[in-house]
Design a protein around this ligand. Structure first.
Ligand code: G6P
Length: 373
């Protein structure tokens, strides 16, 4: 009903506007006053944690993209390999699992059958499973050795939005906790990272407050486009995948998300006059080499007539000059940028679906939780 939507047009609209709260509530109570992470709730013995030498994230859809974001951060912080595997592929290929492998199952609903079967397989092989889940008491946390709940609140719209931000936040907390336990980061570094994380809700709010008009105008211009390409690098890569998935799910537009460096290895063949290309631009600060590389990807597609929509950091003059449209986001550390970069893409997909008069909360052919394999 309208009252359940709290005055918003749809649950998706409401839930996107809860992105800041989803991050804030997932952090709540997990950081001590002295800046130390407290995850006693995991009830995992510290020595067991110290001995972990590999992480495998298993998940589906949006949750799997949160896993890719987490891989970039956790490998950097903890210096152990992190693999991300689609749950549906995992158990059918005889994965290497030992008692020192931590399998992290990420799921909003906690009921996705592919993910549940993957975690059962991991436990049968003697690995520990930690669930990152948004639904209290659901099957996935019940069958896991430990659970770190995301506190995004109930998510009703089929297309996942706020839960994705909460999943990244929780996975970051897990990574920092491992770094704290294994001693792979200085205490100050962990404190600074937690501080940066705690500043993200207001930065997300800034996007929600300032960008909707540009996003809406762009959706109106693009509403008849037959396909979209999304590209990004580093943590911008999974965000490109997620932006592409959102648009596919609710606006029924053919999309492909890929790593910007792969452009020349195939996708550029698809670029023709007027093709919309959404580009997640990494920060330019510190002469970031990836910034220059992504800017040259923009030039490459523009030279073939593409219409470029950039998601970029405020003050990026290069982008302001080169891209056809820019969705701006506030300055933040690179590893935090997924939490702001995804927000305009959620809004954009919703606007596109609404302009086409589709049911944004209940897209055709999709279910909120898929309880069959
Ligand atoms: C379904 C939903 C997606 C979701 C995926 C994983 O396909 O339509 O939005 O990302 O399942 O769901 P989970 O509940 O495990 O996060």
């Amino acid at each position: 009903s309208a009252s359940e939507k709290g005055g918003w047009d749809s649950f998706m609209d409401k839930e996107i506007h809860e992105d800041p709260e989803a991050v804030r509530n997932t952090l709540l109570g997990r950081v001590d006053l002295d800046g130390r992470l407290n995850l006693d709730e995991l009830h995992i013995d510290e020595n067991a944690f110290k001995s972990i030498d590999k992480i495998i994230v298993v998940a589906c859809g949006t949750a799997s993209y949160a896993g890719i974001v987490a891989k970039y951060a956790i490998e950097h912080w903890v210096r152990i390999p992190v693999e991300v595997e689609l749950a549906s592929e995992f158990r059918y290929r005889d994965p290497i699992l030992t008692p020192r492998t931590l399998v992290v199952a990420i799921s909003q609903s906690g009921e996705t059958m592919d993910t549940l079967m993957a975690l059962r397989h991991a436990r049968e092989q003697g690995s520990k499973v930690l669930a990152i889940c948004n639904t209290q008491g659901s099957s996935i946390p019940r069958e896991s050795d430990a659970v770190l709940y995301t506190h995004a609140g109930p998510e009703i719209a089929v297309a996942s939005t706020k839960a994705f931000l909460a999943q990244i936040t929780a996975a970051y907390l897990l990574g920092l906790y491992l770094a704290q336990t294994k001693g792979t980061m200085y205490r100050d570094e962990i404190g600074n990272t937690l501080e940066a994380l705690s500043q993200m809700p207001e930065k997300i709010q800034w996007v929600l407050d300032t960008q909707p008009q540009t996003i809406h105008d762009t959706a109106r211009r693009m509403v008849d486009a037959h396909s979209f390409l999304f590209l990004g690098r580093h943590v911008g890569y999974p965000i490109a995948l997620e932006g592409a998935l959102k648009l596919k799910e609710i606006a029924y537009t053919f999309t492909e998300g890929f790593a910007a460096g792969e452009l020349k290895h195939g996708p550029i063949a698809l670029v023709d006059e007027g093709e919309p290309v959404v580009v997640i631009v990494p920060p330019a600060r510190g002469r970031n080499i990836l910034h220059a590389k992504v800017m040259s990807a923009i030039e490459e597609v523009q030279a073939r007539g593409a219409f470029t929509i950039a998601v970029a950091e405020e003050g990026d003059e290069d982008v302001a000059q080169k891209a056809d449209v820019v969705f701006w986001r506030p300055e933040c550390p690179t590893l935090m940028s997924p939490l702001v970069d995804v927000v305009p893409l959620q809004l954009f997909a919703m606007d596109m679906a609404m302009l086409k008069h589709y049911d944004v909360d209940k897209p055709r052919n999709l279910a909120k939780s898929v309880t069959v394999e």
